[in-house]
Structures are given as structure tokens and as C-alpha cells.
Design a protein around this ligand. Structure first.
Ligand code: TNX
Length: 481
């Protein structure tokens, strides 16, 4: 990242400020979003104009796509941001880059003594380090309604994250209506951990989320967790169980007990129907098959079931993601293996990378934002230890697993499991400030990362979280203003 700030000159957002984009369909949404973001932070109504000519416009924020711009760094999401006294020029190769630049502009804005919002004059050239910068959200243990997920998506965009991984199914609830297996949501969506209320997304809710995320440069990766974590499925469809009877509902927080059976005639058709429908609802490239914590099955049967799930995902035209346990089974090149449990033997991950798999880094001890900050944190679990802000910041994804080449690391994903997290307030109390830390690990080259610098910058975000009304954690490691 290159960032030169010119002191003495500022761009002030005022009544005349107008976002200008070329009159092209793919840019209209980005223009609206840019104006909305700037308008919301400053309290000014910011106009949008669709034109390739901005000479008449005063205080213009000009967004331009330049796919062939050789001065921009390679890969997706790069941008150039030039702020001067009367105009802001933003250039990117793709719309994600434009969104990133608007976010940077918004994050650098401050209020002067008269309450006006301004950004310093500056020249920034910036690009993400990793292509996959995710947040995994467990909406199965506790359901999160569409509006709350949209708030999370907004927060992700603010931290330049680009993958929302939804953990849609688990023992405690099934959260997506699957048209060819309607009984899943009908029979198994009303429960949550501890007897709390449940819920599920209809296909149109889900499409709404996918579209809301896409407008902010974020791809949704749906997870249907098999062959374990399936009690919601075996409760809805007794044919998935050897005795043909539905299992009881489950609202506790144990893991590892539920399972599919490779030899039952209903199992493969179930996988084909569910993954087929979910793939059809997914414009993104990837579908997540779960694969974690199956503690009551021989390895052969586990491998057969993972193989069957992966085949149905590929047959539907999607690429496969799975939790790290799938690395012990034969994988197609290009499969994404999500690393989470740092306590296990790393050899299968090294072998999988050698065979063409990609690794997504979600180490429990750094990136699991459902871990408590310290022993006094009211919410959260502690099986992977406590994660203070600095723990979430100070780690290097490419050296986590000895023997995995850096090029095999596709990215970084924070995860938040919701056994103890019941609503959006609880969620933001665990995400903030740590989400900012993991996002910086995902975005920034190691030579540009520095704890003191980060903690000074994140200190400025507290006021924004306050303003929005988020509950957040005042980490003692930061001097909050
Ligand atoms: C492990 S991480 C799990 C989840 C739990 C989480 C709690 C993973 C793939 N499985 O089922 O919710 O720990 O932190």
C-alpha cells in the first residue's frame, strides 16, 4: 500500500458534494452506495449523477472503472484514491475496488471544529493481500434474522471483507428452506440452543441477502454441514436414520454425535437434492460441505460421504469448501480446506496442498471470535483459549502450518459460533474490535502491519461503533479516546 497525505488541504463534504459515475448499469449501484455511505457518515444528503463528464460539478467524488490501468496493482479489489481540495478521484479495475476506495475515504474522514466532515488530501494505491477475506457466521445455533445479517454485511464491507460464509445447518436448527426437501425448514427451524426461538430464510430472503452482499462486493458461501452436525436433518427426515424414525430435537451444545449413514438408500438422494438446490440459489463459485467433528463414524464411511457431498456440489457447477477434516479424504485440486483446529497433526494439510488443495486460515486461537477476550468475558467459549485484540492481530497466515507453501493459502476467515450468542448485540460485542484485526491480517502485507499503528487507528473506530449503536468491547490494549 502506498499512502501519501498532503497536509494543509482537505476535501470537505458539503451540500454541493456529488458522486459521479459513468452511465453504465454496473456502476449505478456503486454510485448509490458511495453516496449513501458518505451521506450517512456526514449527515449530508450526497447526490449521484450518471455522466462521463464531471466538469460542471463542484466537490465531485468521481468513481471510474479502468480495467486496463497498468498503474494499479494486479488481482481483484485494487484501487487508487486521489483526494484534493475540490475533488476526489477513485479508479479501480473492478467494482469491488471502487467500494474499497469509498470505504477508505469514509474511514479517513474527521469532523472539524464547525462540525463539517473532511478528508485530508492524499494519494493512496492499495490492494488486498488475499483474495478470500471472510467471516463465517453460525446462524444455526442461534438464528439471525435478515435485517441483522444485513447489518453484519455492512460491517464486513466497512472492513473490506468479501466472503460471508453462512453456517446454515447444525444439530440445533435448519435455517434455509430447501424446495425439494421442504420438511427440513418446516420441522427443524423453530429450535435454537437453550430453547431460544429459531427461524429460517425463505429462498427470497436468501436471494435478498445474496444481492445485498453482492452490492457491497461480498460473496455469500452457504454451508450445509454434513455428514455430522446433522440432527436437524435427521429430525426432519426419519429415512436418514437406520431405524427410520426421526431423531429428537436437540438444543444443547455438545458436538459430534449426529451423523448420516452412507449405506441408507435415502442418503445420496438427500445430498443431491439439498446441495443441488443450494447450489442453484448460489451465484458465487463456492458451496461449503462442512465435514467437521464427526466423532461416531469409521474413516472409510466418512470419506465416502464427504466424496458424495463434494461430487454433488461439483455436479451443480460449484467448487467445494470443507472444514479441515476433509483433508484426510481424497480431494479434487482446487478444493478449499478451512483450517481451524491448531491442535492436530498438520501432515494432511501439507499433503492436501501438495495435491492442489487451497487453505483458508481460520485458526481457532486467533480467528474464532466466539472465544472470550479474557476470563471475565460474559459471552463466548474458551476451548481455543482467550483471544484479546492483539492475539487476533498478531499472526501470519502463511506460516501457520509448516510445509504449506504460501501460494496455497487462499485467504483468511474469522468465525463466530453462536452457542452463547443470541442476537445482534451479543454478536457485535464479540466481533468489535476483533473483526477489524482479522480483516487487517487478511488485507495487509506483513511488512505493512504494526500493532502500535493498528491500535492507534482502531481507537478511532470506537466513536463510529458508538454512533451506530453497536455494543462493543473496550479492549484494555487500546487507548480509546
Ligand atoms: C468447533 S470449528 C466447531 C463448532 C463449534 C465451535 C465453537 C468447527 C468446524 N466446529 O461446531 O460451534 O467449535 O467454538
Amino acid at each position: 500500500m502506498l499512502c501519501e497525505v498532503r497536509t494543509g488541504t482537505v476535501f470537505t463534504v458539503g451540500e454541493a458534494t456529488t458522486v459521479v459515475v459513468d452511465p453504465r448499469p454496473d456502476l449505478i449501484a456503486i454510485g448509490v452506495l458511495g453516496a449513501d455511505l458518505l451521506g450517512r457518515v456526514t449527515g449530508q444528503q450526497v447526490e449521484v449523477r450518471y455522466s462521463d463528464d464531471d466538469r460542471e460539478v463542484r466537490d465531485v467524488v468521481r468513481l471510474r472503472l479502468a480495467p486496463e490501468d497498468a498503474a494499479l496493482p494486479g488481482g481483484g479489489g485494487a484501487y487508487r484514491l486521489d483526494v484534493s481540495g475540490r475533488r476526489v478521484d477513485i479508479t479501480a479495475r473492478d467494482t469491488a475496488g471502487l467500494t474499497h476506495a469509498v470505504v477508505t475515504l469514509r474511514q479517513t474522514m474527521r469532523q472539524d471544529e464547525r462540525g463539517r466532515w473532511y478528508a485530508p488530501a492524499m494519494h493512496v494505491v492499495d490492494a488486498p493481500r488475499f483474495a478470500w477475506r471472510g467471516l463465517s457466521l453460525d446462524v444455526a445455533r442461534h438464528f439471525l434474522p435478515v435485517d441483522a445479517v444485513k447489518v453484519v454485511i455492512g460491517l464486513m464491507a466497512h472492513y473490506k471483507l468479501n466472503v460471508l460464509h453462512l453456517h446454515l445447518t447444525d444439530d440445533q436448527g435448519w435455517r434455509l428452506h430447501v424446495p425439494s426437501r421442504p420438511h427440513l425448514a418446516r420441522a427443524s427451524s423453530s429450535t435454537s440452543v437453550g430453547g431460544d426461538p429459531g427461524g429460517h430464510y425463505t429462498p427470497s430472503d436468501y436471494a435478498d441477502l445474496v444481492q445485498y452482499a453482492a452490492a457491497r462486493g461480498i460473496t455469500v458461501v452457504p454451508e450445509i454441514d454434513v455428514p455430522g452436525h446433522v440432527n436437524a436433518a435427521t429430525h426432519a427426515y426419519g429415512e436418514l436414520n437406520p431405524d427410520g424414525e426421526p431423531t429428537d430435537e436437540y438444543t444443547g451444545i455438545e458436538v459430534g454425535f449426529s451423523r448420516l449413514h452412507a449405506d441408507l438408500p435415502a442418503t445420496e438422494p438427500f445430498l443431491e437434492a439439498v446441495f443441488g438446490d443450494v447450489a442453484a440459489m448460489t451465484p458465487g463459485e463456492y458451496v461449503h460441505i462442512g465435514g467437521d467433528e464427526v466423532l461416531t463414524m469409521e474413516h472409510d464411511e466418512y470419506a465416502r460421504l464427504v466424496g458424495a457431498a463434494a461430487r454433488t456440489v461439483r455436479a451443480a457447477g460449484k467448487k467445494v469448501v470443507g472444514w479441515q477434516e476433509i483433508a484426510t479424504t481424497p480431494l479434487e485440486p482446487g478444493t478449499v480446506v478451512q483450517y481451524w483446529d491448531t491442535r492436530v497433526d498438520p501432515q494432511p494439510f501439507v499433503d492436501a496442498a501438495g495435491a492442489g488443495a487451497l487453505l483458508l486460515m481460520s485458526p481457532g486461537s486467533k480467528a474464532y471470535l466466539d472465544m472470550k477476550y479474557d476470563a471475565t468475558t460474559e459471552l463466548g467459549l474458551e476451548w481455543a483459549g482467550h483471544i484479546e485484540l492483539r492475539d487476533a492481530y498478531d499472526w501470519e497466515p502463511t506460516t501457520l502450518i509448516d510445509g504449506v507453501p504460501p501460494a496455497a493459502v487462499i485467504g483468511v476467515e474469522a468465525a463466530v459460533w453462536t452457542e452463547t450468542i443470541r442476537d445482534l448485540e451479543d454478536l457485535t460485542a464479540m466481533l468489535l474490535p476483533r473483526l477489524a484485526a482479522v480483516a487487517e491480517v487478511a488485507w495487509t502485507e506483513p511488512e505493512d502491519r504494526d500493532w502500535d499503528d493498528f491500535s492507534a487507528r482502531v481507537a478511532q473506530h470506537g466513536a463510529f461503533w458508538e454512533r451506530v449503536g453497536f455494543r462493543w468491547y473496550r479492549s484494555p490494549q487500546v487507548t480509546w479516546p
